[in-house]
Write a protein that binds this ligand. Structure first.
Ligand SMILES: *Cc1c(COP(=O)(O)O)cnc(C)c1O
Length: 370
């Protein structure tokens, strides 16, 4: 839409706001059901990296039990959830900020540190919220070329300008599933100027094999410019409640809390996240199911003669020459996956790891389409 087609009031929005390319979410099941006249129960959604096991049972119970209290505002400081996070990860409560999903934390970082005349650095094919949050703040986004579809830390460091205030890294990255060994990130942190906030987005950290995990929180004491961002949306199964958190230097967290909307995390979300945090059994099941499902998808895709990008997340990028057409055919067959052309990856579809029967549905539909 050109500016002259916009309603008079919309034209008055700053041009950097009008230029934002909207975030493209996975298609909701109800929407596909309406569009193609399909029964909702016959649709498989593997498009948003949600937990196919559903929510953590402990989290769901806690959310249900909290509902009687929803006439009252939630605890705006999130005392109990912060205490639980503090205890589990051995991080002081004044180093924790809670978000309405981790996207909220990403946005707080942008609003606190970015403005017109500043810039942020992110990688090509990185999470779409980094450029959106940057643009919303009126700052300039600098996208660096990817290396093997993942972050090229050398290129990112070289891209830092005097006006750069924030640098975003997702590890593992979405939508590529690429992963940088933690040693490389640690070395990188030692090289980045201390005036630049480094956001380390660990949305998929719980899916890493134990021998590829590291306690990144120990870097917080050494790097006051580090902000670690985590979510309850993926392995904990609470995407619909919207809760995540950031960890950082107390002074940085204090700034994020100033731009944070009061009561940004609601009553059931606070309760569910606190309970889910202790639901080790559910986390273990989510991890194990993801490993099995990933193997199933990799084998199935390979058997169809297709390539894929090895992934450390709960999703797989499948290479398809005509991804747009395949996506349309999959939709017609009741299978929702995620096109990633908007991420500069027009030859791929991203499929989230589901239950064994859901993965099989996807593979069968894919075979029929090809
Ligand atoms: C899914 C995802 C998140 C989580 O977003 P929420 O707002 O917490 O649901 C954050 N970062 C990346 C890279 C993701 O893929």
């Amino acid at each position: 839409m050109s500016a002259c087609d916009l309603a008079t009031v919309a034209v008055n929005a700053p041009t950097h706001i009008q230029a934002i390319a909207p975030y493209q979410p996975g298609k909701p099941i109800a929407e596909l059901a309406r569009e193609f006249g399909l029964a909702e129960h016959a649709i498989v959604k593997l498009a948003s990296n949600e937990n196919p096991l559903g929510p953590s049972p402990a989290g769901m119970l806690a959310a249900q039990e909290s509902l009687g209290g929803m006439a009252l505002y939630p605890d705006g400081a999130g005392f109990a959830l912060k205490a639980a996070i503090s205890q589990k990860f051995d991080v002081a409560a004044n180093r924790i900020v809670l978000g309405n999903g981790s996207n909220d934390v990403l946005d707080m970082v942008a609003r606190a540190f970015l403005t017109a005349g500043t810039s942020s650095v992110f990688s090509e094919h990185a999470f779409a919220v980094y450029p959106i949050a940057t643009q919303t703040a009126g700052a300039t986004g600098i996208a660096t070329p990817a290396r093997k579809l993942g972050h090229d830390l050398e290129a990112m460091r070289a891209a830092i300008r005097p006006d750069t205030r924030v640098l975003w890294i997702a590890n593992p990255n979405n939508p590529t599933g690429t992963f940088l060994p933690w040693g490389e990130i640690e070395a990188f942190l030692n090289e980045v100027p201390r005036e630049v906030i480094v956001v380390l987005d660990e949305a998929y950290g719980e899916y890493l094999p134990p021998d590829e995990r590291t306690d990144t929180t120990r870097w917080l004491a050494v790097h006051p410019n580090l902000v670690i961002v985590r979510t309850f949306s993926k392995a904990y199964g609470l995407a619909g409640l919207r809760v995540g958190y950031g960890l950082g230097h107390p002074d940085v967290i204090d700034l994020l809390n100033r731009v944070r909307h009061p009561f940004n995390v609601n009553v059931p979300a606070l309760a569910a996240a606190e309970a889910a945090l202790h639901d080790d059994e559910f986390l273990a099941r989510s991890y194990a199911l993801n490993r099995m499902g990933m193997k199933q998808l990799e084998a199935g895709v390979t058997a169809l003669g297709l390539g894929f990008v090895p992934s450390k997340g709960n999703f797989l990028l499948v290479k398809l020459a005509d991804a747009a057409r395949v996506n349309q055919s999959l939709l017609r067959a009741g299978v929702i996956v995620r096109p990633v052309a908007g991420y500069g990856l027009p030859e791929y579809l991203r499929v989230s790891v589901g239950l064994a029967n859901q993965n099989a549905r996807f593979l069968d539909a894919l075979k029929a389409v090809l």
